[in-house]
Design a protein around this ligand. Structure first.
Ligand code: NAD
Length: 438
């Protein structure tokens, strides 16, 4: 393929060095004449292991050159990758001036070009940018429509500085959001031969994935550093603890607990988080991120309450009261907190939880619920249908398949607020469905 690469920084320079390895011809473009000159001299404008050799080889083989001339680059390529910088504005939103300018100039050149062209945004941008901001600029500048020889793609870059050449050849996955089918096909052809899943999605989802990756990586570093600092204060080796911690690929380094849903609770997580925070405080180790966990969890319960209270309906059926399905343990259940809040605000509440039977409650669990919701026996219903009878709003903490069938059958004209993410409830006929994080 013939590819032009706009922006010869870390991302663009690595594309210029590595894409010829996959058999493509590349033209690099930058407004900085020094970077253009360096590429044409077979030198890398950035320092990265292995990149100098790749750029020198590609230039020597006639597979790579650079220019400042947008027309030259666009007229002599089928695909344009945009990897210009997106620095922060004073309020930390990304400054997209360079992206806008490149898209405008590529679009204007397309007026002079016959044949199809694929524009691929690789710079990191907030969700919605490609479709809501870049697309109108491109359509206006080019006078073309998507499908009319024009595709616009968002394809995030996952490389890490310091190991970028290795990362290019071994991506965790390739994520492509495209406006126009031809964009997906072009990206499949461009990355042919690279390992990892090729994920076709929307531009908005591809943009979000890239943002979340960076935030998550930052959060992992902060977690490891805060945890390690507390452990050090206990005369322990935080690295040794973390090494064993990371060996658990079922619960720790895995998709477990990464499904957006309702707040955490139960007899272990809140207690252990509080215990760890007290320990850190006693050791005088500041851990601002971990200290915010409980507030964040509380804010999520409030988010659910605000959704329920939004249009003032007061008759609510709540499915699930225990902290998770299949148990009757209600200690520190966020659904109990939510139920209490609704009762306190005068909601009429009917509750169904198949596993919670007042007559069978014992010990601490019984004490806890008697203190939190003293008249629970009057609110709990034996069947889903009984709980649903007068409900205007149906709140799903958790519900088994049989309960969901009943909900779907009684959904007409009611609001469903799903805190758990059951696929079958989304399409309940006649209901107004809303998920807490989706
Ligand atoms: N650096 C990374 O590790 C990394 C990884 C993934 C994604 N990203 C994202 O990729 C984008 C680029 O990052 P980078 O680190 O390569 O940036 P960079 O600052 O190293 O390079 C950007 C290049 O764009 C050039 N440029 C600016 N305006 C231009 C224009 N109008 N036409 C042509 N070239 C122009 C600049 O001269 C510069 O050479 C950013 O959005 C960044 O967030 C970076």
């Amino acid at each position: 393929m013939k590819i032009s690469v706009f922006g010869l920084g870390y991302v663009g320079a690595v594309s210029c060095g590595c894409l010829p390895e996959l058999g493509h011809e590349v033209i690099g473009v930058d407004t900085n004449p020094l970077k253009v000159k360096m590429i044409n001299n077979g030198q890398s404008p950035v320092v990265e292991e292995g990149i100098n050799e790749l750029i020198a080889k590609a230039v020597a083989e006639g597979k790579l050159r650079a220019t400042h001339d947008v027309e030259d680059a666009v007229l002599n390529s089928d695909v344009s990758l945009i990897s210009v910088a997106t620095p922060s504005n004073p309020n930390y939103s990304p400054n997209l001036t360079a992206v806008d300018a490149v898209v405008r100039s590529i679009g204007a050149t397309l007026r002079k070009k016959q044949g199809a062209h694929v524009i691929v945004l690789r710079s990191t941008v907030p969700p919605g940018t490609t479709e809501e901001r870049i697309l109108p600029i491109l359509l206006e500048a080019s006078g073309r429509q998507i499908g009319d020889g024009l595709s616009l793609v968002f394809n995030p870059e996952f490389l890490r500085e310091g190991s970028s050449v290795k990362d290019f050849h071994n991506p965790p996955q390739t994520v492509v959001g495209s406006l126009g089918e031809a964009g997906y096909e072009a990206m499949e052809a461009m990355y042919k031969g690279l390992p990892g899943k090729f994920e076709r999605t929307t531009t908005q989802i591809a943009e979000s994935v890239k943002y979340l990756c960076n935030v998550f990586h930052a959060m992992k570093i902060v977690f490891a550093n805060e945890a390690g600092s507390v452990l050090k204060a206990c005369n322990l080796d935080g690295r040794e603890v973390m090494k064993i911690f990371c060996q658990d690929t079922q619960l720790n380094i895995s998709p477990a607990y990464l499904r957006p849903g309702f707040a955490f609770g139960g007899s272990c997580l809140p207690k252990e988080v509080k215990g760890f925070l007290t320990m850190a405080r006693d050791l005088e180790v500041p851990i601002p991120t971990l200290s915010a966990l409980l507030d964040s969890n509380e804010a999520h319960i409030k988010r659910a309450y605000d959704m329920i209270a939004k249009n003032g309906r007061k008759k609510v059926a709540l499915f699930g009261l225990a902290f998770k399905p299949g148990t009757d343990d209600m200690r520190d259940s966020p659904l109990v907190v939510l139920a209490e809040r609704m009762l306190g605000k005068g909601f009429e509440l009917a509750i169904f939880d198949r596993f919670v039977k007042i007559s069978r409650l014992l010990g601490k669990n019984k004490e806890f619920i008697e203190q939190e919701i003293p008249h629970l026996d009057k609110l709990l219903h034996e069947t889903p249908e009984a709980a649903l009878k007068d409900a205007e709003v149906i709140v799903i903490g958790h519900a088994d398949a049989e309960a969901r069938q009943a909900i779907i059958a009684h959904a007409e004209g009611r609001r469903i607020i799903d805190l758990s993410g059951y696929a079958d409830l989304r399409s309940a006929a006649g209901a107004h469905y809303e998920g807490i994080c989706w």
